[in-house]
Write a protein that binds this ligand. Structure first.
Ligand SMILES: [Zn+2]
Ligand SMILES: [Zn+2]
Length: 291
């Protein structure tokens, strides 16, 4: 079955509203994946940065009855969970949200989400949300959610961070969401020596690869070990894995629309030089791809 991948938040680290980011967007990481024609209120959401607020509003406006959401979190840095308290479907009884993600050390994911809404920092505790909420811990490997087979892989990023690859249960085009990932040298992460080749294998032949491209190659020189990649490294990976489309993601707060334009132009030129096998675009808020 065909599905739509919609981008609701593109930014890394912190929201960047304002006149200089209107075209690419200022909300932090959030992408939805929804089977087309199903119309049954089920969907998958990747990360819950501030962009998830817009998705929640749209779901409520659709008014299509009760919702079943599988929310896959890559990790629990602020820019990936900060929208949770503002996700409107949580406010209605009858909606069901399953949150999937990893523990951080020995701290359970539900404990982290509860702390985010502790009374000292937020007025409504997580347990008082009317929707039904459950939390599932994810380990690297494969698991099934409604309509998709999900593969998870550990990334090179501070904390226990996962990348996800989704393929419809009956087969078909696949997409991968790999953000907050340091492809180059630097940093000290709990991954094995064959991590890079395992990542290439994990992404082999993927149709759409959404990948961390926080830095320009020049920025990266000052940020090795910070857990992110340059746009050029993302392209190299996409080329190596034989990805069809590369969506640059997790834009640096300092990169306004003009900076993003030149970053995309530079990577597209590199892609041409590399043979033009990978189509390159940068994530923009509201962008939708149909697979
Ligand atoms: Zn991030
Ligand atoms: Zn992070």
């Amino acid at each position: 079955m065909a599905y739509a991948v919609t981008v609701w938040g593109v930014r890394g680290s912190i929201p960047t509203p304002g006149a200089l980011t209107t075209r690419y967007g200022g909300n932090t990481s959030c992408v939805s994946v929804e089977q087309l024609g199903a119309g049954d209120g089920r969907l998958v959401v990747l990360d819950a940065g501030t962009g998830i607020r817009l998705l929640g509003q749209e779901l409520v406006e659709r008014g299509s009855g009760s919702l079943e959401v599988d929310l896959l979190l890559t990790h629990t840095h602020w820019d990936h969970i900060q929208g949770i308290p503002f996700f409107a479907p949580f406010a209605s009884e009858g909606n069901e949200v399953r949150v999937w993600g990893s523990k951080q050390g020995d701290v359970d994911l539900d404990a982290i989400l509860r702390q985010q809404m502790h009374p000292v920092v937020f007025p409504v505790p997580l347990d008082q949300l009317p929707a039904e909420l459950s939390v599932e811990h994810v380990e690297p490997g494969e698991f099934d959610i409604d309509g998709f087979v999900v593969e998870a892989m550990r990334l090179r990023h501070p904390g226990n961070t996962l990348g996800y690859r989704l393929t419809p249960t009956g087969g078909g085009a696949s997409m991968a969401y790999v953000t907050d990932n340091e492809l180059g040298p630097g940093g000290d992460y709990e991954v094995g020596p064959d991590w890079h080749s395992e990542l290439v294998e994990f992404l082999e032949g993927v149709d759409v690869l959404i990948h961390d491209a926080m830095y320009t190659p020049a920025d990266l020189e000052h940020h090795r070990g910070w857990g992110h990649s340059s746009s050029s490294e993302a392209l190299e990976l996409a080329t190596e894995a034989g990805a069809g489309q590369l969506v640059l993601f997790h834009h640096r707060p300092e990169h306004d629309d003009a900076a993003m334009d030149s970053l995309v132009e530079a990577v597209r030129a590199e892609a041409e030089e590399a043979g033009g096998a990978v189509e390159v675009m940068a994530a923009t808020e509201g962008m939708q791809l149909i697979l």
